[in-house]
Write a protein that binds this ligand. Structure first.
Ligand SMILES: [Zn+2]
Length: 285
């Protein structure tokens, strides 16, 4: 589904959309059973698998065409990458994401910017490809925009994502390690949204009075609109992540801002409505 925000055209490429984690594993510090029963009627089948009871997540790249730039936001898992968390993500050989990108008429050499909201393995994998035993930037002429705090964090941990998906782009001079409040131009800028990771950012788009925000992993499931206090299992600083999530939902609630999520089920975009003491996600239809 292609959407427009003023002059900006937004599309996406899915790498996968699958039952992923049981709610009790996604939110291990919360007793979620009662809430799941209460909301099962709308969670199934698109946001929760009726058979396995697992939350369904999408893994995807947003394609942003402004009048000036071709931008990708987050680059999924990729191929041949090391992943210690999920064996299905480890050393994948499925190239359909890349084929789908080409099929949308995107020439990798024409991508101007690749933004990574953060550097978990499902957000920077296609930054590079393994070619003849070397990691090579997938987008040879792009600048990779990543918060400096995030780059420093994964560099200090020397994570596989750093070694395989970031360092090769630093070595070619393509990484711009920026402030979390970085502004590209009057249509594209960052908002610091730390907590999930130390340098997590949201990407704001604005054109002709319309706005969209790519919120990355500050929220993982539409359930967290109703329960923003639920801490996600892999949040780096769970308390800060809750603060960030609440602030984001309060700020976006009852606006016409289109929220482009990283992991909500398709179409993964919509609006934040106020609901009782919390919020509700109204998917774009
Ligand atoms: Zn993620």
């Amino acid at each position: 589904m292609t959407v427009r925000v003023g002059e900006i055209v937004i599309d996406r490429v899915l790498e996968m959309e699958i039952p992923f984690l049981l709610p009790a594993d996604a939110f291990p510090r919360t007793d979620v059973a009662e809430a799941i029963e209460k909301h099962r009627h709308w969670l199934e089948p698109s946001a929760m698998c009726a058979e396995t009871g697992m939350l369904i997540i999408a893994i995807q790249t947003w394609i942003i065409r402004t009048p000036k730039h071709l931008i990708l936001v987050d680059t999924c898992i990729g191929c041949d990458k090391t992943n210690h968390y999920f064996k299905d993500w480890h050393q994948r050989s499925d190239t359909h994401w890349y084929q789908a990108l080409l099929a949308k008429g995107i020439n990798p050499a024409e991508v101007d910017y690749v933004f990574c909201t953060h550097l978990h393995g499902d957000h920077c994998g296609w930054n590079t490809r393994l070619i003849d035993g070397r990691w090579v930037p997938t987008f040879p002429n792009a600048k990779y925009i990543i918060a400096k705090d995030e780059v420093d964090h994964v560099a200090a941990g020397n994570t596989p994502a750093y070694q395989e998906s970031v360092l090769p782009c630093i070595e070619t001079g393509q990484v711009m390690a920026v402030d979390t409040g970085f502004t590209l131009d009057d249509q594209v800028w960052l908002e610091p949204t730390i907590g999930h990771t130390p340098g997590h950012v949201a990407v704001h788009l604005q054109s002709r009075g319309e706005k969209a925000i790519l919120c990355g992993d500050l929220i993982h499931s539409p359930l967290q609109c109703l329960y923003p206090q639920w801490e996600y299992w892999i949040d780096f600083d769970p308390k800060q992540a809750v603060q960030t999530r609440k602030h984001f939902l309060e700020t976006q609630s009852e606006t016409n801002n289109l929220i482009l999520t990283a992991h909500f089920p398709s179409p993964s975009m919509g609006f934040v409505d106020a609901s009782e003491n919390a919020f509700r996600f109204r998917f774009l239809t």
